[in-house]
Write a protein that binds this ligand. Sequence first.
Ligand code: NAD
Ligand code: TYD
Length: 349
Amino acid sequence: MEKTLLITGGAGFIGSHLVRLLVKKYPQYRLVNLDALTYAGNLENLRDIEYLPNYIFVKADITDATLLSELFEAYNFDGVIHLAAESHVDRSISSPTDFVMTNIVGTVNLLNAARQSWKNNPDGKRFYHVSTDEVYGSLGETGFFTETTPYDPRSPYSASKAASDHLVRAYWHTYHLPVVLSNCSNNYGPFQFPEKLIPLAIHNIQNSKPVPVYGDGQYTRDWLWVEDHALAIDLIFHKGRLGQTYNIGGNNEWKNIDLIHLLCRIMDKKLHRPEGTSAKLITFVKDRPGHDRRYAIDATKIRTQLGWQPSLQFEEGLEKTVDWYLANQDWLTHVTSGEYRQYYEKMYG
Ligand code: NAD
Ligand code: TYD
């Protein structure tokens, strides 16, 4: 094998798309997917590639520093792509400490393990930290987040991701650990856990349950097709400049309520229900505390320096997403019933 890479959080939503892309594209790389399989980790996301000879799964928690050192010792990783995180804002409001433990302590554990392992031979090594645009805080009606926008995180989730970003940069400046970072906007697509807006709405509409819209529904997010994020990560990992940060976004802003109306129209069509049926399920509910009003990414740097741009129009991507969820009822049923949590025991136990 030419290289051994550690991917953390590869059983989650974005991580599973990245693992699938990399194991197929780089048969000469050995890919070790480390994931604690929290409620958000689902090995069924990787069923189609788990048999590949260059793929290894390790169930482990990044808060366990000793285990990470042993793993670096055993595999001698050439690179790390770090996605493992607690990722849901609403959960961060009810359980902030879990976010501090995984997102901050877990990240510093990984940084320490990489530093220790690479200290005598840093050439060609790379620690890639995957982060979010939420670290920049909330925008007004106009403007965009650039790579130099000051950090202003406002939820326990974004504060914990901001802290982890700062630590990664501190290891670059202080210890010359070879790092690269990216901050991406909201992702959507197959395999997203149905606690996030789009899969939750698809699931509820299909089951004729209320679709909860927080507050006045005028909150704006910039949505990106998840496979485009995976392609950007591949590009940045291989071509990004060390010590640099790249913003990734869809140039695709939607107010939540407009997005939900579009989704309702697609669902009516796909489920052969009379037009307007799904929209009747829209229910305005109590707002999220500290809800960020608007996120929007300026992705000029990655476009001009690395030649990346989003591939899909949102309407097309949303329709593909709906098609995937409707065609993968088993996946959704296993997730909503909790059955997916037995997959590890069945496969690896
Ligand atoms: P996810 O919640 O779907 O997946 C997270 C994965 O990390 C899960 O498989 C989970 O089991 C694993 N994990 C959690 N705690 C762990 C621990 N202590 N040790 C080991 N593994 C652990 O998240 P996602 O949406 O795929 O996001 C992946 C990364 O991308 C995160 O770092 C997130 O901050 C970032 N990000 C997400 C979005 C988005 O829209 N989803 C946008 C920008 C950036
Ligand atoms: P979410 O998917 O949780 O992502 P994030 O909070 O990281 O942006 O939420 C996207 C937007 O949708 C956000 O403005 C909150 C809102 N939202 C709802 O209105 N209803 C819901 O049930 C959920 C989960 C989110």
